[in-house]
Design a protein around this ligand. Structure first.
Ligand SMILES: [Zn+2]
Length: 184
């Protein structure tokens, strides 16, 4: 894909000529393809796609981010995987019992991927439109577990839901201190 030794570019009667030396692999793309390829490099696998390359998500998380990156920033980083927004971030962390500031280096590969699988499952269940739902209990307690529920009782343990702005972009983050104890 990468041309390692791209030589001079000159025009001859309006035609571009690229001289390439010792390229291991070459891919020729038109303008639209270049843009798509650039996006492929910038963005991680789309969690709503038919097939998701979880191995690539893992590689991207470990390579692109330093070990002390809080998991909430990992989940929001679209270079790792594409699709998780601020609401799903809090909901996935709650459902997997993970405190939002847990450092990436403290998460096993399996645990990290569990969160991406959970996010994908939730997102795919919400593609039909209407309000976002992560809780389908047949009661009036709410359609989300923690997001937007600051000060209200946890729907699992009755502890009080906390919220503050956390992470690189200081996005509102909600969690239950009992269901998601801080990493020691
Ligand atoms: Zn709880």
């Amino acid at each position: 894909m990468v041309c390692l030794h791209l030589g001079v570019c000159r025009t001859y009667l309006g035609v571009c000529v690229f001289v390439c030396f010792n390229a291991k692999e070459v891919e020729i793309l038109r303008g639209r393809g270049v843009r798509r390829r650039t996006l492929d490099i910038v963005l991680g696998p789309d969690l709503l796609a038919d097939q998701v390359d979880y191995g690539q998500i893992l590689v991207r998380a470990r390579k692109l981010l330093v070990g002390d990156t809080p998991v909430l920033d990992v989940l929001l980083d679209q270079r790792v995987a594409c699709g998780i927004g601020n609401v799903y971030k809090s909901e996935v962390l709650f459902l997997e019992g993970c405190h939002p500031t847990t450092p990436l280096e403290c998460l096993t590969d399996d645990y990290l991927l569990l969160m991406y699988r959970q996010a994908r499952w939730l997102m795919r269940r919400n593609t039909g439109g209407g309000p976002r739902v992560t809780r389908w209990a047949n009661d009036d307690a709410g359609r989300l577990w923690v997001y937007g529920r600051r000060g209200q009782p946890c729907l699992r343990c009755a502890d009080v839901i906390r919220s503050t702005k956390l992470g690189k972009s200081l996005r509102s983050t909600y969690w239950c201190p009992s269901c998601q104890p801080a990493y020691q």
